[in-house]
Design a protein around this ligand. Structure first.
Ligand code: 13P
Ligand code: SF4
Length: 398
């Protein structure tokens, strides 16, 4: 859609109260059609155990590290988004894969599993605000404008896992790759090599992961990065800026990690002797620059697990994970880096009532909340996902 002034416009996403209404095209706000058990039901844990036992080997439950304790307890495997994608692909015998995470993770699992398997997301309102910051029509428009500027044919898309299946398919169609926070440096090195001398990467949708990976991990100059604003004509950039750039960063961010601040790092260093600061690469560049360690959720866990007793940590990632780390490693001092940051509200949508509802429904043969990516989108998205899985040294940053 274009206005008379030539400004690109996009159909506004309808505002939905979480858990009500339907918007299957977005990462959020889809109603739960079932009668959920009451959260106060004292028998919920027992009911989840019984339903899981009844399903036996037909069921495999994946749990992302940001899930609540009450949900993680029922995961057969826990992991970051890279590990969970690999685990989903490695379970061809499970008829049902229940994904305790967010929508884009469940979509990726559906793409990587066989057609005979069903991926279930216990609450369809478990989306990701970052993934919603790049809509496929915006990305297509961006590509057309890069073509008009004469740079599309030297540009390789690198798309963060936190994106819709449609954007993963776009990436596959244009010779690009998916990456996660644990392999972004490998993916970016590959893409810059593919793009060749004077080539570029269009990094979607997290500007911070793109900038941090290029500048911190690959040692590239920050001046090589420009930010594409999908709400402005030509992304708010000139043809000259586009031609001079190496990294075209989509203007997206995580609403949780974007809130960790330089002031919080400085306060931790002031208040906790010998503290080590460890943050997720979705944090802003100035925060990442001040941290001692940066990595995926899996890397954060492994680093803390390997540290000697008595080590002090200020951790900049989602609160469920930080609280679990503090409980698991009482011999270390583990604090949450930023006082003003709360849980990822969409990750937290998956709670015990939704899990019980999904498992009990499957146990009586009723598939609820299946995640099904259409075959054409799945085909092209799989190309980009499999390119990521085949990259050398994929766990080098773990
Ligand atoms: P990880 O891949 O590091 O688990 O991160 C996923 C995510 O959504 C972080 O916000
Ligand atoms: Fe999305 Fe941020 Fe939540 Fe991760 S923490 S799922 S990027 S909103």
């Amino acid at each position: 859609m274009t206005t008379t002034t030539g400004t690109p416009q996009h159909a506004p996403l309808p505002l939905l109260v979480l858990g009500q209404g339907r918007d299957l095209a977005s990462e959020r706000g889809v109603e739960c059609p079932g009668d959920l058990p009451a959260p106060s039901d004292p028998g919920l844990v027992e009911r989840a155990r019984a339903a899981k036992a009844a399903l036996g080997d037909r069921l495999f439950v994946l749990g992302h590290h940001y899930q609540r304790d009450e949900v993680i307890e029922f995961a057969d495997v826990t992991g970051d988004s890279f590990k969970l994608a690999k685990e989903a692909a490695a379970r061809p015998d499970a008829e049902y894969v229940v994904f305790c995470g967010v929508h884009f993770m469940a979509e990726s699992a559906d793409i990587l599993t066989a057609d005979t398997q069903t991926v279930v997301l216990p609450d369809l309102a478990a989306g990701c605000s970052m993934a919603d910051m790049a809509a496929i029509d915006q990305v297509q428009e961006c590509w057309d404008e890069l073509a008009a500027a004469g740079v599309a044919d030297v540009t390789i898309p690198v798309t963060y896992m936190n994106s819709s299946a449609a954007i993963k398919a776009f990436t596959g169609r244009h010779g690009g790759t998916i990456c996660t926070s644990s392999n972004a440096a490998t993916a970016l090195t590959w893409a810059l090599g593919e793009a060749g001398e004077g080539g570029k990467v269009l990094f979607l949708p997290d500007q911070h992961l793109g900038r941090n990976t290029y500048a911190r991990d690959l040692g590239g100059p920050l001046e090589d990065c420009v930010v594409w604003d999908p709400h402005r004509p030509m992304g708010g950039l000139t043809v000259e800026q586009l031609r001079a750039a190496t990294m075209i960063l989509w203007r997206g961010h995580c609403s949780v990690h974007g809130r960790f601040s330089v002031e919080a790092v400085e306060a931790a260093r002031r208040e906790i002797p010998d503290v080590k600061v460890i943050v997720h690469p979705e944090c802003r560049h100035e925060v990442v620059e001040l941290a001692d360690e940066v990595g995926s959720t899996e890397k954060i866990i492994k680093t803390i697990a390997a540290a000697p007793p008595g080590t002090s940590w200020a951790v900049g990632t989602e609160l469920n994970l930080v609280k679990r780390l503090a409980a698991q490693f009482p011999e270390q001092r583990i604090v949450f880096l930023e006082k003003n940051v709360c849980y990822c509200s969409t990750m937290n949508r998956i709670d015990l009532p939704h899990l019980v509802w999904a498992l009990e429904s499957l146990a009586v043969g009723r598939v609820v909340n299946p995640i099904r990516v259409d075959p054409d989108t799945a085909h092209h998205a799989r190309v980009a996902l499999e390119r990521m899985l085949s990259l050398p040294g994929e766990t080098a940053k773990d």
